[in-house]
Ligand binder design. Structure first.
Ligand code: NAP
Length: 283
């Protein structure tokens, strides 16, 4: 399997990335990002709302200065949150993010939620892309219908849709719709954050044992084989290595059929179609 996915504009995005949600700004985040780069991760996924862009930027700068990696090998993603939606607000939010990250250019800039004036935000992203400030632009948490609406009303289509996707929420038909628009799906929370026992699930455990792997590796490999990019998060160096060690085994038809049975058809974490969830996000 190729280690990168080609976006619609020809940019190669690493299939395996590293997420830093819920890692507080400061030395801990800098350590985690440094160790992730050392473990071979080349895509780092942050967001203005995570509050740790400065730490990510510091770790990236140090990794480049110490020769651990070249900047052009890295793929840095960040996102504009709900209160940053709108043509002017998103443009300003981008300047704040790039300043905190201390970078000349961001590799992927995303609209974080399909809420607020995301059409205005999208026009800002189009302008940033055309000005060469970002190598690619995209969205998060856009279901296929909303993504289609944005595609049909914008000059430049999103290149990536980052969505909740794991064995409990497989979205198989929706992924086809997303791909039919030329958009690459990227799975956030590929372990469902361990909710509802994903790491100890009996089906995943049996498959893991069969291949001499861990349930974490099975979950990542499964999404990779479905053509998604994945961005697992861990603060532990050993788990970083474990989660990156997914290239030299393959699931078979039986494994896929068993994992298909785990689909609940509903999100485990974020349901942007639920009024209470929308209210929570605005609170
Ligand atoms: P996740 O990657 O599914 O799960 C992270 C959890 O799994 C952590 O508790 C971690 O614990 C544990 N873990 C990781 N590797 C493990 C292993 N090998 N064995 C056992 N436990 C393991 O959840 P996530 O962090 O929510 O999602 C990943 C990334 O997606 C985020 O960091 C963020 O970048 C992105 N994201 C995006 C959105 C969006 O709206 N766009 C929303 C949520 C997340 P330890 O850290 O203690 O190891």
């Amino acid at each position: 399997m190729e280690r990168t996915l080609k976006l619609s504009n020809g940019v190669e995005m690493p299939r395996l990335g590293f997420g830093v949600f819920q890692i507080p700004e400061g030395p801990e985040c800098e350590r985690v990002v440094t160790e992730a780069i050392a473990a071979g991760y080349r895509l780092i996924d942050t967001a203005s709302s995570y509050g740790n862009e400065r730490s990510v930027g510091r770790a990236v700068k140090r990794a480049v200065e110490t020769g651990l990696v070249r900047r052009e090998e890295l793929f840095i993603t960040t996102k504009a949150f709900i209160e940053e939606m709108g043509e002017v607000k998103t443009r300003e939010a981008f300047e704040r993010s790039i300043d905190r990250l201390g970078l000349d250019r961001i590799d992927l800039y995303l609209v974080h939620m399909p809420l607020g004036d995301y059409h205005g935000a999208w026009r800002a992203l189009e302008a940033l892309y055309e000005a060469g400030r970002v190598r690619a632009i995209g969205v998060c948490n856009f279901g296929a219908a909303r993504l289609m609406d944005l595609c049909f009303t914008s000059r430049i289509r999103p290149m990536v849709d980052q969505i909740e996707c794991h064995p409990h929420y497989q979205r198989t038909a929706e992924l086809e719709e997303i791909r039919s628009l030329g958009v690459v799906p990227q799975a956030w929370a590929p372990f469902a954050e361990g909710l509802k026992g994903t790491f100890t699930d009996p089906v995943l455990s049996r498959i893991a044992e069969k291949h001499g792997r861990t349930t974490a590796q099975v979950m990542l490999r499964w999404n990779l084989e479905r053509g998604l990019s994945v961005i697992p998060k861990t603060v532990h160096a050993e788990r970083m290595k474990e989660n990156a060690n997914v290239w030299d085994f393959a699931l078979d038809d039986l494994d896929r059929a068993d994992i298909a049975q785990l689909d609940t058809g509903a999100p485990s974490m974020l349901d942007v179609e639920r009024p209470s969830e929308v209210k929570r996000l605005y609170d």
